[in-house]
Write a protein that binds this ligand. Structure first.
Ligand SMILES: Nc1ncnc2c1ncn2[C@@H]1O[C@H](COP(=O)(O)OP(=O)(O)OP(=O)(O)O)[C@@H](O)[C@H]1O
Ligand SMILES: [Mg+2]
Length: 421
């Protein structure tokens, strides 16, 4: 890439690039994509071991910032920039995910008076600001879903702009996370010298990477089974309507193996990834404990421990899905992502436990140069890029130049995201 003067370079870069980082329990995964005529094209992928983050909580923003910086540096290293540090600093504001049990949605209602008897764009924006504010001052809104407009109670007013009304009422579900968590994510980005464009619930991001149009319309659930969190998003009529995050994940299976077999945690992790299965196939074999600590383990015992915990996690996730779907089965089934779904037989077992259609979701990153982006574990990062793609302010070359305005007006940004994301 030809280097330009600092100002020109920054402006140009901001218009052409999008950057996202999935800060997970085990890894920071950064993606950098470039805008082309046909949409975004993946340009760089960088991975670094996670630090300062666990089960959605940012325990150490500085350490998280270092992991984020490492991942971003690796992602921009392939872009042909002179110095990776400069490359990272020249990126536009980042799209980040948020997870953990403190991420949830709740119903919100608000109303505004309509000037001159006809609804204007500003009325809708003002209403959305009130709706997002419903999560309270201690929380940060990260999504506004399932929005409905009314002229009066019981009188729906879809697509209200330009329609006659004296008042505009709104109902929606506002997704939020604790304010300090949003702040910690911004601090982590700041420690890496970056700004934040938008924070997206992890399950919603993953869903955008793997649900097809029909699934989004008919009503599917996306479930990202990570190391420390299970992130959920429910779609209906093409849009997300509910989001949740459970503080549970594949690490629980590793913990059980380590405790149950009395072996080091790293050995248990390797045993799970290499040998464990929940597909019911009985493999009568003994294998050495990984890591050279000595001793052997019987695989049927490994599978028994793994199956018991997997079933428990699936039951808890299933209960959460039922609650989010208000007792109805997910019409278009459940699409699984996250590193934990690599456990042999996991999708089939999920189908047996839930009784709903289940499929494995691999993100369509659309670029053979980055095979890691097509893995279910990359769904959150790829989905963050997909979210950015749906954002007109960030797609339009000029809008991002006013990026301080975009960031400051984050509530407004969240609001129009609801219509697009
Ligand atoms: N082959 C495998 N079999 C079983 N589990 C696996 C396999 N490969 C990876 N995993 C598990 O996947 C998990 C990592 O998944 P992922 O990368 O989605 O997590 P994360 O994004 O870092 O965490 P989270 O989203 O929960 O914060 C680890 O617990 C790991 O043990
Ligand atoms: Mg994850």
């Amino acid at each position: 890439m030809k280097r330009r003067s600092r100002d020109e370079g920054a402006r140009k870069t901001a218009g052409e690039w999008v950057a996202a980082v999935d800060l997970g329990t085990t890894k920071a995964l950064a993606l950098v994509a470039r805008r082309t005529a046909g949409g975004w094209r993946l340009a760089g992928l960088g991975r670094a071991p996670a630090r300062g983050v666990g089960r959605g909580a940012v325990t150490d923003p500085e350490a998280a910032g270092r992991a984020l910086a490492d991942a971003l540096d690796r992602a921009v290293a392939g872009l042909g920039l002179a110095r990776p540090g400069e490359g990272r600093a020249g990126l536009p504001p980042l799209w980040l995910n948020v997870a953990g049990e403190a991420v949830y949605d709740e119903p919100a209602r608000a109303e505004v008076a309509v000037a001159r008897g006809r609804v204007r764009e500003e009325d809708v924006l003002a209403l959305r600001e009130l709706l997002t504010a419903a999560c309270g001052l201690e929380r940060a809104a990260v999504g506004l879903f399932d929005e409905r407009f009314l002229a009066a109670p019981g009188r729906p007013l879809p697509e209200p702009v330009g329609k006659p009304a004296a008042r505009l009422l709104g109902e929606a579900r506002v997704v939020s996370c604790p304010g300090p968590l949003a702040l910690a994510l911004r601090s982590a980005a700041a420690a890496a010298g970056c700004e934040v464009a938008q924070i997206v619930p992890a399950g919603v991001a993953s869903a955008w990477a793997v649900l097809d149009g029909e699934e989004r319309r008919e009503g599917a659930v996306a479930l990202d089974f990570g190391a420390g969190t299970i992130d959920l998003a429910v779609f209906r009529d093409g849009e997300p309507v509910r989001a949740a995050s459970l503080p549970l994940g594949s690490q629980y299976i590793t913990n059980d193996l380590a405790l149950g077999l009395g072996i080091p945690w790293m050995a248990a992790e390797a045993l799970k990834c290499r040998h464990a299965r929940v597909d019911g196939a009985l493999v009568q074999r003994e294998v050495p404990v990984p890591g050279g600590a000595g001793g052997t383990v019987e695989l049927p015992l490994v599978d028994e421990i793994v199956l018991a915990r997997t079933d428990e996690l699936l039951e808890r996730a299933g209960a959460a899905i039922e609650e989010l779907c208000e007792g109805r089965p997910p019409a278009a089934g459940v699409v699984l992502t996250g590193g934990g779904v690599a456990l042999r037989g996991f999708p089939k077992r999920a189908m047996e436990v839930w009784g709903w259609p289940v499929r494995l979701g691999a993100p369509a990153a659309g670029d053979d140069r980055f095979p890691a982006a097509a893995s279910p574990a990359a769904a959150t990062a790829v989905g963050l890029i997909a979210c950015a793609e749906r954002s007109p302010a960030l797609l339009a070359g000029g809008a991002i130049q006013e990026r301080t305005g975009v960031v400051a007006a984050s509530r407004r940004l969240v609001a129009w995201l609801s219509g697009l994301v």
